[in-house]
Each structure stands twice: as C-alpha cells, then as structure tokens.
Design a binder for this molecule. Structure first.
Ligand SMILES: [Zn+2]
Ligand SMILES: [Zn+2]
Ligand SMILES: [Zn+2]
Ligand SMILES: [Zn+2]
Length: 145
C-alpha cells in the first residue's frame, strides 16, 4: 500500500470525496476538515501519531493547495486567558493586588478594593455588588424620551 496516497479520514474513516480536508503542520496525516476541527477543540496532537500541531491546513482535497491556515488554541493558551480575565484592577488605586479584597461590579465589571471605597467596607457584600458609579447612574430601561 502506497503510504503517500491518503484516501480516507483517520477519525471517521470515510472516503475523501467532496469534503474539504485538513492536514496538520507537523505530519502528513489528512482528515476531514470537520473531523480535525472538532478534534482540535480537545487536543492539539495528531490523532494518529500524537505529534503536536499548531495549525490546520485547509485543503480542497488531499495534496491540494492550502486554502487557509487555521490556528489551533492550545490548552496552555487557555490558562493564560484565564489569568488575564482574572486581573481586575481597582478603579481607585489602580492596583490588582489583594484580590480577596477586590469587589467586581456586576454591571460594568469595574474593580474596587473594599477599603478604597467611600465609605469603605470591612466585609464583602453577600451576593452581587454594584459599584458607586453604577449605583448613582440610573440604568435606562429602554424608555427613550
Ligand atoms: Zn472524517
Ligand atoms: Zn500525524
Ligand atoms: Zn484599591
Ligand atoms: Zn459598575
């Protein structure tokens, strides 16, 4: 069997006919684009040989020209995003330290330290918290004048 002739998807085992295919940047394996896209949401290693890939090359058929390069999100990146999302900065002092003292407004996502507030709070509110800005600004509920 000629290894360079790929005629079916390693994931769903269906023949390549009309469907768009996807190959990986670090190995020769080819899959239905749909199959490898789905696979890439949980793992960024080739389903066949476990070689890590960073992007999927979209092709009209196996061996065809690359139509598009699709970058894959690696599990590591997800961690970074989580960190960035957690970094709430206090509107008053501009710092993100003392996170356990930082309150986050449910309306505008602004952060405030409990002791940077006026008046300051000694204990966190139970449940949702609304910042002073949002508390004084009435929310328009669609009643336009
Ligand atoms: Zn497939
Ligand atoms: Zn492979
Ligand atoms: Zn502060
Ligand atoms: Zn707010």
């Amino acid at each position: 069997m000629d290894k360079s002739t790929v005629d079916k998807c390693y994931i769903c085992l269906s023949q390549f006919e009309q469907q768009t295919v996807g190959s990986l940047d670090n190995c020769q394996h080819v899959f239905c684009l749909e199959c490898i896209l789905q696979w890439s949401q949980t793992a960024n290693t080739c389903p066949v040989d476990r070689i890590t890939f960073a992007c999927i090359h979209q092709r009209r058929c196996p061996g065809g020209d690359i139509q598009k390069k699709i970058e894959v999100r690696t599990p590591k990146k997800a961690d970074d995003e989580e960190e960035a999302r957690d970094a709430v900065i206090c509107e008053e002092c501009g710092r993100s330290d003392r996170r356990h003292r930082l309150l986050v407004c449910i309306h505008c996502d602004s952060g405030y330290h409990m002791d940077c507030l006026t008046p300051s709070l000694n204990t966190g509110p139970e449940g949702d918290w609304i910042c002073p800005e949002c508390a004084v600004t009435p929310h328009h509920t669609g009643k336009n004048v």
